[in-house]
Write a protein that binds this ligand. Sequence first.
Ligand code: F6R
Length: 364
Amino acid sequence: GKGNFRHFMQKEIHEQPAVIGDTLHSYVNLQTRAVTLPEMPLDFAALPRLTISACGTAFYAGFVAKYWFEQIARLPVEVDIASEFRYREAPMPEGGAALFISQSGETIDTLAALRYARSQKQTILSIVNQPESVIGRESDLVLPTLAGPEIGVASTKAFTTQLTVLACLALAAARARGAIDAAAEACLSSAITEVPAAITQVLEHAEPLEAIAHDISAVRDVLFLGRGSLFPIALEGALKLKEISYIHAEGYAAGELKHGPIALIDEDVPVVIAAPSGPLFDKLASNIQETIARGGRAIIFSDRAGLERIGDGAAYTVEMPTIDPFVAPILYSLPMQLLAYYTAVAKGTDVDQPRNLAKSVTVE
Ligand code: F6R
């Protein structure tokens, strides 16, 4: 049941510290903080390329992982939505591997993409929440997310546990490929273990988001911006808002703003920006200034150091806990989920059963 919560989605948002903790228990040795994966059916050191494919929110998890595998493990990654990948007839390298991400493990396009990769002799890995599912059964190795049943149609805890497993996998790949030293690995794996407590902090200080969501519930369009590994989180934020509040939203890489979407900006189109401190912060700060200079209402999520550097002019700023940039995409998923949730509540839409959507898409 929903316990003390009004909706399953709300309950599932609040379960995230616990289910990410459970997931970490099976992928990280919490004494040594070293990532420990099951025996792999492949050698990351010799892998020419990893191809990732999935749908919807699971695709965005794979898109974040592309940044991680490339930066940390120096592993070439291709990522595509499964409905395109399955028909592209993409050549796949000999000795390559393919990774499929699915909460249900039953999504037909993802399954078809898996079977294509199998026909191309790739090693098949999957990250699924339901290991007994068809995608799980057809994989050489299943890395389960321990999110528990997800009832709300809009995916929340499945997404952040997918990211958790992917972060661990990227670290394991980095180690196998000799791409990071022991000190860097220790630093990144301890960053992963700090995520549940940081999420708890976000959940305990969520009231300002209700006021922002109340404002958003009155508009027709919203833009979401991010850079680097936060770009997929902007896409996910836009998807979440569309799905449950029926407000039109688009996610963009912030650097693309001046190549088109900036034409949309005025006081009626709020711009939500995921802006953690990190290597791309200064670039993002100038995109924020571009937005404000055109009369846009910027809603900025950043940590204390970031907010101090951005200065005035934003419609709203929300302070996030300070965290290693590596795991920022996991933490910044939370305000995206909460904004969508509170906006839908303010509009009175059906949060758990949005119109036209099914929890698992087993037809093409
Ligand atoms: C979004 C959402 C969908 C699913 C997509 C894939 O909130 O729930 O976009 O992520 O249909 O589903 P799975 O993960 O079951 O393959």
